[in-house]
Design a binder for this molecule. Structure first.
Ligand SMILES: *Cc1c(COP(=O)(O)O)cnc(C)c1O
Length: 414
């Protein structure tokens, strides 16, 4: 028995793999941090939503559960992030939710002009901040605090002050997988009177979160990554309950109106989290999100995190043995307390190595420039044996130069 097989046999979560539709058992999928696998119940749920709820019930479906879906499913996701009921909403994309909350936050801190983030953040968030600054008349400025080593999070001593309106960070960095201490950063931001907005896209479903106890103000996140909600599934947003009356969405759509079906001509924001909705929710993809979330709730975030740490540690152990001698660097924190559920391995020819893994080795990681090959582990379906085989094949690519036959230009989507 290999070490990977032995670890699998002692794995308390191993039965969860059978709850996913795995069409190609030999394909080693290490990209669930970009698009999670398909829960079997999602297939049934989507089929029921189309065949019964849509086809038979037609417009009556709105009165039979659809209209409540954003809040009901938001509350389920809220259980994964340590929110109270009524603080989380499933709606729109992460980018759109981020936009709504940034504008809401800046308006709630009039007179303060500084927005603080770091250079590990996801570019979409940075673009949105730049766009909001232009939209609000260039009266704010963005301070992008650099990480000292490009891998661990930035330090904000001397950066947060009475002019700071908002501190916004990816809780888990998309390249290195570094995880911020949410409580510490939030408390420092609050000492300066600023609000915090956390992007949980690479954290939710991968690391335990406790927004209530960290006193985080605002958050957004994806459902198609570790929540296995399906391609383009709607995102979520979180607004701490005591801030909900103070913040407004900049998108005054009828779904955020206090009584959409009164068709009144003057907008009045709905009380509570509902005001952050804009228009008609995408019901089919929304209902599919529930299947993945239910699996995570059933397994529990603590066992998931325990397995994730064992698995990313296993990646690093195998990297040391087979890949470090071939010039591959570890581009993620060594300390598992500071690491999410993926490990980035660096190689100067990383893009072509990634391609060879996909096209020649039946292993799917992903590549993030300049040199990161990301190996994402999803404890509900990734096995230790898969990790072992993936690293073996990675070593074989380098040993045989399999990647050298590919051109140096990147493909369109990576
Ligand atoms: C994946 C990801 C997003 C994606 O945003 P979309 O609006 O769904 O495209 C945003 N932020 C972070 C940190 C991400 O990892």
């Amino acid at each position: 028995m290999t070490k990977g097989q032995a670890l699998d046999s002692g794995d308390p979560l191993k039965a969860f793999r059978d709850r996913f539709l795995i069409e190609e058992p030999d394909l080693i999928y290490l990209d669930g941090n970009s698009l999670g696998r398909t829960p079997i119940t999602a297939v049934e749920r989507l089929s029921r939503a189309v065949k019964t709820e849509w086809s038979e019930r037609l417009v009556r479906g709105w009165g039979e559960g659809w209209i409540e879906a954003p809040r009901r499913l938001g509350d389920k996701i809220g259980q994964l992030i340590g929110a109270k009921p009524g603080e989380t909403l499933l709606c729109d994309s992460t980018s759109v939710n981020f936009f709504k909350l940034v504008v809401g936050a800046l308006k709630a801190r009039p007179g303060r002009t500084k927005i603080v983030t770091d250079n590990l953040n996801f570019p979409s968030d940075i673009y949105l901040l730049q766009g909001v600054i232009e939209m609000l008349g260039d009266s704010h400025r963005l301070e992008i605090v650099p990480s000292l080593d490009g891998l661990h999070g930035a330090r904000f001593d001397g950066v947060l002050d009475e002019d700071t309106a908002l501190v916004t960070l990816s809780h888990t960095a998309f390249k290195s997988g570094f995880v911020y201490d949410m409580a510490a950063v939030t408390s420092a931001a609050h000492q300066s009177g600023a609000l915090t907005l956390w992007d949980l896209s690479h954290s939710v479903g991968a690391v335990p979160l406790d927004l209530r106890h960290t006193r985080a103000d605002l958050a957004v996140g994806c459902t198609y990554k570790y929540l296995n909600g399906g391609p383009g599934s709607p995102a979520f947003l979180y607004v701490r309950d005591d801030l909900q009356e103070e913040l407004k969405s900049p998108i005054w759509g009828w779904f955020g109106q206090q009584d959409p079906f009164a068709f009144d001509l003057q907008y009045q924001p709905a009380p509570g989290i509902g005001r952050f909705q804009a228009g008609t929710p995408p019901i089919l993809s929304m209902l599919t999100v529930e299947s993945g979330v239910d699996l995570l709730l059933e397994a529990g975030m603590d066992p998931i995190r325990a397995k994730s740490v064992l698995q990313t540690d296993f990646v690093i152990e195998l990297w040391r043995e087979h890949l470090e001698p071939r010039g591959v660097t570890l581009n993620s924190p060594l300390n598992s307390d500071l690491r999410g559920s993926h490990v980035s391995l660096g190689h100067s020819d990383g893009m072509r190595v990634d391609r060879a893994l996909i096209e020649d080795m039946n292993v799917i990681p992903d590549f993030r420039s300049p040199d990161n090959i990301r190996l994402g582990v999803c404890p509900l379906y990734t096995t230790f044996e898969e990790i072992e085989r993936a690293i073996e094949r990675f070593a074989r690519v380098l040993q045989d130069g399999v990647h050298l036959k590919y051109p140096l230009e990147p493909p369109a989507v990576t």
